[in-house]
Design a protein around this ligand. Structure first.
Ligand SMILES: [Zn+2]
Length: 504
């Protein structure tokens, strides 16, 4: 059994906020930043399209981060790869001192998602290979453009502070952000804005998605012939099954908000060999981390009981854990104002027709693309999880969803890999970068906004303080997805775009 890591103590950075000559972002500053984003539509698209064809799984984002490092360095940023012991963690920075405002996102692909863009029939670029069936590829160009636009505006208007871009590896496996938080990456950051693709132009506040804990439970017994001397055995698979039964009985006594699901990853070899090793991989989730942790601890006790019943031994390893994203209302209101100012992209008739044809071909409602922004507070808490949630419990966080996907097309299925290089994705990414740059500038230039955001943050986190769920000795799984990428990369590399995006 492994212990629980002590949470990273959060000391308010409020006291360090440098007084700014500016009381608010001026229209001139916003227009300046918006113009920079708009005129860089091409490099934004080039980055997104390049990363789409790299299609790298979590922890293996080597080509994607190399391209971004080159691009960001050419744009004047200092770029560190390898933070918190993860070679594909990207941390880019420009400026000095406070306020320090960070953009947070991710760029990893999903297994089996390879699909030829714009084709409605299943037609992988490389059969079996990973692909961007969530559109994380668009995050790279959008966040780089916004960071660049903010930097240029700060230079031109003499705005003090630091802009940071944090692209963490392996979001799809909920891996990297707890390690970044544990390593102290956000302790000097005053606020973050987390960015993710969607079909809406939206922000939100409060708990925005679910907490999740992912863990392996392995049972070690004693093998024997299933017919000749079964009395000599200690059946590890029995323990896995009894753990299942125990959890089934517990379910009635859990809060209705919980989720718990599992697969048996090792169930033995064949029936006449009693398994001396069996394993199950469990996910436990809930609307908040403290409740998820309570259920997870009960599940762990059940596993201990199953080991006792079968005379086996059990070891448990937490693979990943993510807090729900906590959206700060003060920052959300500011992001919403920027969304309403920029508005939805102007979709062409062809794009709307394409979206309806796409929805028809996928058996979804033919509603086309959304043409209005989403009102603040109109998005319910989602049951999905994202490891960036941990950051939002140590620093006030804004959440931005930008419209670059076709409504009704669910992520994590191959259909969603049809559009992330389309003009729909390109336009939505530019609009998202404009909003992000505007909201970043507001946080940079308006001390009152940061103060209010921090006051709200202190209140919420006093009621539910952050604690790290990763064991103290946990190390990032650097070999994650390594074999899969090694198998497919030679074929995939033939489709790389070999572009050199440059911002101006
Ligand atoms: Zn995602």
């Amino acid at each position: 059994m492994k212990g629980i890591a002590a949470g990273v103590a959060f000391a308010s950075a409020l006291a360090c906020l440098a007084p700014s000559a500016n009381a608010a972002t001026t229209d001139e500053q916003k227009f300046f930043a918006r113009d920079i984003v708009a005129r860089n539509a091409q490099p934004i698209a080039q980055i997104g399209d390049s990363i789409y064809y790299f299609a790298e799984l979590g922890m293996q984002e080597y080509e994607s981060t190399k391209l971004l490092k080159d691009t960001l360095e050419a744009a004047g940023f200092t770029v560190e790869l390898g933070g918190a012991g993860m070679p594909t963690n990207l941390w880019a920075k420009w400026g000095s001192g406070h306020p320090t405002i960070a953009i947070v996102s991710e760029i990893d692909a999903l297994p089996g998602g390879s699909q030829t863009p714009m084709e409605f029939d299943r037609h992988p670029i490389v059969a079996g290979a990973p692909g961007h069936m969530e559109g994380h590829n668009t995050h790279g160009g959008l966040t780089t453009a916004a960071a660049f636009a903010v930097k240029q505006t700060m230079q031109k208007f003499n705005i003090p502070g630091t802009v940071v871009l944090s692209l963490g590896p392996a979001e799809e496996q909920l891996i990297s952000r707890p390690y970044l938080v544990r390593a102290g990456y956000f302790k000097d950051v005053d606020a973050i804005i987390y960015v993710h693709i969607g079909d809406q132009f939206a922000t939100g506040y409060g708990l925005s998605n679910y907490a999740a804990i992912s863990a392996d439970f392995s049972f070690h017994g004693k093998t024997a012939h299933g017919a000749v001397d079964p009395w000599d055995a200690k059946d590890a698979l029995d323990a896995v099954e009894l753990m299942d039964v125990g959890m089934a009985y517990l379910r009635q006594q859990l809060h209705p908000t919980y989720r718990a699901h599992r697969v048996i990853t090792n169930g033995g070899i064949q029936p006449n060999i009693i398994p001396d090793l069996a394993s199950a991989w469990w996910f436990v989730r809930d609307a908040n981390m403290p409740d998820a942790k309570v259920t997870f601890d009960k599940l762990t006790d059940i596993a201990k009981g199953a080991a006792l019943m079968t005379g086996t031994t059990m070891d448990m390893q937490i693979n990943a854990a993510g807090w729900p994203q906590l959206g700060n209302k003060v920052i959300a209101e500011d992001i919403q104002a920027n969304i309403d100012k920029i508005g939805m992209p102007k979709w062409s008739d062809e794009e709307q027709k394409f979206a309806r044809d796409f929805q028809h071909s996928a058996g979804r409602k033919e509603v086309g693309l959304l043409t209005t922004t989403t009102a603040l507070g109109a998005r319910p808490q989602s049951f999905a999880s994202n490891d960036s949630g941990d950051i939002s419990w140590v620093v006030p966080a804004g959440l931005l969803s930008f419209p670059a996907s076709v409504p009704g097309i669910q992520y994590h299925e191959w259909h969603a890999a049809i559009t992330p290089t389309s003009t729909i994705a390109h336009k939505g990414t530019v609009a998202g970068a404009e909003v992000l740059a505007g909201a970043m500038l507001d946080l940079m230039t308006t001390p009152e906004l940061l103060q209010k955001a921090h006051a709200e943050f202190e209140q919420v986190t006093k009621e539910s303080p952050y604690f790290g769920v990763l064991p103290a000795d946990a190390k990032p799984p650097l070999d994650l997805n390594k074999e899969t990428m090694a198998r497919y990369r030679p074929e995939m590399s033939k489709t790389y775009l070999h572009l050199t995006p440059r911002f101006n």
